[in-house]
Design a binder for this molecule. Structure first.
Ligand SMILES: Cc1cc2nc3c(=O)[nH]c(=O)nc-3n(C[C@H](O)[C@H](O)[C@H](O)COP(=O)(O)OP(=O)(O)OC[C@H]3O[C@@H](n4cnc5c(N)ncnc54)[C@H](O)[C@@H]3O)c2cc1C
Length: 378
């Protein structure tokens, strides 16, 4: 579907595809099985401009658009879904809110190092009692003189173990949603600790960390947006984040399809390649049809974001469809690989493990359906 893309977008897609195939693909499985963060890959991605694709060059970004970012995350995730989410969480949930809601001083201070990949960002909204119901946030920020004092604990921060800049949501008043505020918190602020690192089913090269806040002193100037804007900032950022996860899911689906096509031509049973069996042909046809439908939804929502349109519902539809497509394709991919697909000798089991999280984070599939139906039934 390259005819949908501008020449610049096509060039970026090709460049990132080559980088991902040559540099990320060969080490992805080993890194993932060893729970190893791909630091050298992220450093190189930073040098290539991939940690700040959609942001202006004046802040150190690549000056491209969100469609380009969407294409790049898909290309990376085709080879390694962990690397895809590292880039996506950093970009959509940290760079984007600072660029969109930050003061000029905050942008000058944080964006150049983030957009160049010198520093990694993490976003911390989820807590033990605040998952889908993020308005139930218990972490508290209390104003003392010209500082905010933050106390509480956060769960499941992607990049939490490596990040030095965090967008953190804390309660500044009693109102459920309007009582939340967003803060830019730095790792070396006193009282800030990384807690438990989750052991996960998949995407094991990306860290998922608990964050403990014990009287963390945050300068007044690190409030992002206005007091009470935290929920709004989170929801706007998650709309963009859902496009990153759409792209991640598409990358996983495409990996499953490409590997299945190759394997089905090479594997012989009953004296013929299994690709000769209609059962296999139909699985591949269904996988590719689902993939293209999901890609179009993702491309459309990214384009809407670039055009400045409201794309919340379209982002939810794209993420819902792409994540279910990733699961569908990985499942069929294992079926096509038979018993070998169930072993670590092939990448298919990794795609299957990686696909599942796309139905959960940045809003579960049930929450996406809630967003979509609310906009239709209002
Ligand atoms: C690997 C990983 C990385 C993550 N990264 C981040 C991150 O970087 N930053 C961050 O802040 N969080 C992150 N999260 C948290 C993630 O966004 C949440 O896990 C997710 O939003 C779901 O919340 P929960 O786990 O508390 O599930 P719950 O909210 O407890 O949901 C449990 C079940 O109930 C359903 N449910 C809940 N409410 C409703 C409803 N109203 N209607 C219908 N069904 C409902 C859910 O869909 C789900 O099936 C991450 C999680 C994981 C596992």
């Amino acid at each position: 579907m390259d005819y949908l893309l501008t020449d610049e977008q096509k060039m970026l897609k090709e460049m990132v595809g080559k980088f991902a195939e040559e540099k990320i693909g060969p080490v992805a499985s080993e890194n993932e099985r060893n729970h190893r963060f791909p630091k050298e890959i992220i450093d190189e991605a930073g040098q290539l401009g991939l940690m700040g694709i959609a942001y202006p060059t004046e802040y150190g970004g690549a000056g491209m658009d969100y469609v380009s970012y969407f294409l790049a995350v898909e290309q990376v995730s085709r080879w390694c879904a962990s690397t895809g989410v590292i880039i996506s969480a950093h970009t959509s949930l940290v760079c984007d809110p600072i660029y969109r809601f930050g003061t000029e001083e905050q942008k000058q201070k944080y964006l150049p190092d983030l957009l160049s990949g010198k520093k990694i960002g993490a976003f911390s909204l989820t807590e033990a009692s605040a998952g889908s119901d993020s308005g139930n946030t218990k972490t508290v920020a209390r104003k003392e003189g010209n500082k905010w004092i933050i106390n509480g604990s956060k769960l499941f921060a992607t990049n939490g173990n490596e990040a030095s800049v965090f967008i953190l949501i804390a309660r500044t008043s009693g109102e459920k949603h309007r009582g939340l505020s967003a803060f830019i918190v730095e790792r070396d602020m006193p009282g800030y600790k990384i807690g438990k690192l989750e052991k996960k089913l998949g995407i094991r090269s990306s860290s998922t960390a608990e964050i403990i806040l014990d009287n963390v002193e945050v300068p007044e100037s690190n409030l992002l947006g206005k007091e009470g804007d935290g929920f709004k900032i989170s929801m706007v950022s998650l709309d963009g984040g859902r496009l990153g996860i759409t792209a991640q899911a598409l990358g996983i689906a495409r990996a499953a399809i490409e590997d299945s096509i190759k394997y089905s031509k090479e594997r012989f049973q009953f004296d013929q390649p299994i690709s000769d069996f209609q059962a296999i042909q139909w699985m591949i046809a269904d996988m590719f049809t689902e993939y293209e439908a999901a890609f179009l939804l993702g491309w459309r929502a990214s384009k809407m974001k670039d055009l400045g349109l409201n794309y919340s519902r379209e982002a939810a539809m794209a993420k819902l469809k792409a994540s279910e497509t990733a699961m569908f394709c990985a499942n069929k991919g294992i079926q096509i690989h038979g018993g070998y697909g169930y072993t670590e000798d092939f990448n298919m089991e990794r795609y299957y493990r990686d696909a599942k999280i796309t139905e959960i984070y940045e809003g579960t599939s049930e929450i996406q359906r809630l967003v979509i139906s609310k906009s239709l039934l209002k």
